[in-house]
Design a protein around this ligand. Structure first.
Ligand SMILES: [Zn+2]
Length: 145
C-alpha cells in the first residue's frame, strides 16, 4: 500500500516531480537565510542572532528581485542571484542575498521563478515577494511557543 497512488492521481503528480514545489523552494530559501545568522549591522554594530530576530527588528524595504530574471537570463549557469533588502533601526540598509547558496539550488530557484512567472502571469518580483512573505510567515509562526 505504501507509496501507491490511485491511477488518477499519478498523472497530475508527475508534473510536480518535474519541477520543485513551492514548499521545497520555501524550505531551501529559508534554510539558506537562516544560515546567514548571526549577522551584524556594519553601521551600528547591532547583532541579529536569528532570522526571526532580523525579521522582527528590521523594516522591510524595496522589492525582492532576481538580477538574473530581470536580465532575462533564465538559462544562465552562473546566476548573479536574488536580493531582499531591509532597514536596520539605525537607518542603514541591510541585504539578504542568495550568494553562498549551492549553485544547483540557485538554478532550481531561478527555474521555479521562471515557471511560476509564466503560470501565474505575473512578474518575477511578485513571485519573489510572495516567497518572501511565506518565509517570514513560517519563521514568525514557528517561534510563537
Ligand atoms: Zn544598524
Amino acid at each position: 500500500m505504501v507509496g501507491r497512488l490511485p491511477v488518477g492521481m499519478a498523472r497530475s503528480s508527475w508534473h510536480s516531480i518535474c519541477t520543485v514545489s513551492e514548499d521545497e523552494v520555501i524550505q531551501t530559501v529559508r534554510r539558506h537565510f537562516e544560515s546567514l545568522f548571526p549577522k551584524v549591522c556594519p553601521n551600528c554594530g547591532r547583532r541579529f542572532d536569528t532570522l526571526r530576530d532580523y525579521i522582527l527588528v528590521t523594516r522591510r524595504i524595496g522589492l525582492t528581485k532576481s538580477y538574473d530574471a530581470e536580465l532575462g537570463e533564465w538559462k544562465t549557469t552562473q546566476p548573479i542571484g536574488s536580493v531582499a533588502m531591509a532597514n536596520c533601526p539605525c537607518g542603514s540598509t541591510l541585504a539578504l542575498t542568495t550568494e553562498g547558496m549551492m549553485l544547483s539550488k540557485r538554478l532550481a530557484l531561478l527555474e521555479w521563478v521562471r515557471v511560476e512567472t509564466g503560470r501565474r502571469g505575473t512578474s518575477p518580483t511578485e513571485i519573489l515577494e510572495h516567497l518572501r512573505d511565506k518565509v517570514r510567515e513560517q519563521v514568525l509562526e514557528e517561534s510563537n511557543e
